[in-house]
Design a protein around this ligand. Structure first.
Ligand SMILES: Cc1cc2nc3c(=O)[nH]c(=O)nc-3n(C[C@H](O)[C@H](O)[C@H](O)COP(=O)(O)O)c2cc1C
Length: 251
């Protein structure tokens, strides 16, 4: 029980301790990029811009009322317009803030401590109109999708990596959020880790509400095999690893 109680400390705000040390930002160390670099081996795919998304969207009141976790999806594909809506709702960039002529922060559709936004969004695309099955990464600064690789066993692999939660492999797309902890550690050092988790909850809640708004469902997944999911996405598991995932599909 002592181990369990000790782990509780992680949940406590430790911002007074932060004042005793110098963060990398205070040491004037270079800021990590706001978005992971995109290897230009493949062309990225433009998504539908937010102001051009023309979908029947339910009211916020009804989305909050209807919101629940969905674990049964139909075979109906989701459209690129719907995927664009879900991506923008969860990580869309509304403004880039510059300081001394350099991009310092982004303001997005979700809040983030210190506007650090430490997440990357990967997608396992299984049933989206106009997109080949495969793994993609969202490029929030350009609102584009970067195709990464394909694998004919993606559905089986994500089911296995989530301990047999096979509604993942039956979804239209699985959202997988990785964290690059240094983006937040650069500014908040030892106080980064609690706020990273708080940030992540906002992202997934926006996915729940945005999905409900377009007659689509999702289910947060916290129970997964860390190393299998990281290996599936070719992440190193130290400087970048998956922190949360959620399949979406028509209901
Ligand atoms: C952090 C977190 C992790 C979760 N992990 C799983 C999971 O691995 N599998 C699953 O089926 N549901 C998972 N859920 C969904 C919860 O079981 C669900 O939210 C809860 O039963 C309440 O149901 P509701 O969302 O329909 O209100 C998770 C939810 C959260 C917030």
């Amino acid at each position: 029980m002592d181990d369990v109680k000790n782990n509780r400390n992680f949940l406590k705000a430790n911002f007074l301790d932060l004042h005793l040390i110098q963060t990398d930002q205070q040491k004037n160390l270079p800021q990590p990029p706001l978005q992971k670099d995109s290897p230009r081996k493949t062309e990225s795919i433009p998504l539908v811009p937010w102001h051009k998304i023309d979908l029947p969207i339910d009211s916020l009141k009804s989305c909050i009322e209807k919101r629940r976790s969905h674990r049964n999806f139909t075979d109906q594909p989701i459209t690129l317009s719907e995927l664009s809506f879900l991506l923008w709702s969860t990580q869309g960039v509304k403004e880039v803030i510059t300081r001394q002529d350099r991009a310092y922060a982004t303001l997005r559709s979700v809040p983030s401590a210190g506007a650090r936004h430490p997440f990357e969004t990967y997608l396992i695309i299984l049933n989206v109109e106009g997109l080949q099955q495969g793994v993609y990464r969202y490029l929030p600064l350009a609102h584009e999708l970067l195709p990464l690789f394909s694998d004919p066993e993606l559905a089986d692999k994500i089911n296995d990596a989530t301990f047999g939660q096979d509604f993942c492999g039956k979804s239209a797309a699985v959202f997988l959020w990785s964290v690059i902890p240094y983006r937040t550690e650069w500014r908040y050092s030892i106080s980064a880790h609690k706020v990273i988790l708080l940030d992540c909850g906002h992202v997934c809640q926006n996915l729940y509400l945005a999905a409900e708004a377009i007659q689509t469902g999702t289910c947060a997944i916290g129970a997964y095999d860390q190393s299998k999911v990281d290996q599936l996405l070719h992440l190193d598991g130290v400087d970048e690893f998956i922190i949360y995932l959620a399949p979406v599909g028509k209901i």
